[in-house]
Write a protein that binds this ligand. Sequence first.
Ligand SMILES: C[S@@+](CC[C@H](N)C(=O)[O-])C[C@H]1O[C@@H](n2cnc3c(N)ncnc32)[C@H](O)[C@@H]1O
Length: 242
Amino acid sequence: MTGQLPLLTVPEPAQPQGIALHNASIDDVWDQAIGARLVFCDPPWSYSNNGDKSRSAASHYPCLTMADIVRHMRCAFDCAAGDSYLIVWATFPLLAEFMAAATPDAIGWRYVTGGAWAKTGAPGCGFHWRGNAEPVLIFRKGKPRPVSTQLLRSTHVTEQHRGKYSKSGEGLAHSEKPIGWQTEMIQTWSNPGDLIVDVYAGLCSVGRAVKRAGNGRRYVGAEIDPGRYRQAVDRLALDGER
Ligand SMILES: C[S@@+](CC[C@H](N)C(=O)[O-])C[C@H]1O[C@@H](n2cnc3c(N)ncnc32)[C@H](O)[C@@H]1O
């Protein structure tokens, strides 16, 4: 005994199993998105034509202008790895406007292909856009590679989606996207250990898909709305992830 107290070693705070969800604007999180292999972008589209682009009357969360969404995609491009994909959950009413705005000059990313999500059997989704399908668009940074459209077949998606949610008894919340399908996208378009970025996390369906895809993949997401962030944390807890 020397009479001295032993030094305590304070452990580094653990990264919560590779899932980093922030209650913040994506504009405050870009530094953590550097090197992303796969970026998910499910924008809070504004359907308002009355000049109030900050919040659509029918929406349950803060919405953004087309200019902001395009700017965010450009930021994501600048952060992403040289060989990466961007997946955009689009919306039919604004598809033409978006494609006209999302030129390679504006966003960097180049459009590769697209598919659609058939939302049959997914009640509760799409409060403002009540159509039964949503377009999904794939963009690429780096050398063009063929993309299988097999993965983008909507019939496949519907089955995945229905199975997932009915088994757990878990209802879909506003704009929540199918975890099963996103898990397959992650497995297809990223590698073990890669970083996946979720620009507008919502209820963190992408984060939950990243956990399911596993193999050391990491997740960074931003959700600006405190209520939706809390719901997302609850969703993660459902999977035993937090
Ligand atoms: C279409 S929802 C995303 C749904 C999500 N993919 C899911 O499966 O739950 C868009 C989300 O973007 C959030 N949002 C709006 N502005 C944001 C910003 N600047 N940064 C981060 N999130 C934002 C909204 O609060 C909303 O929850």
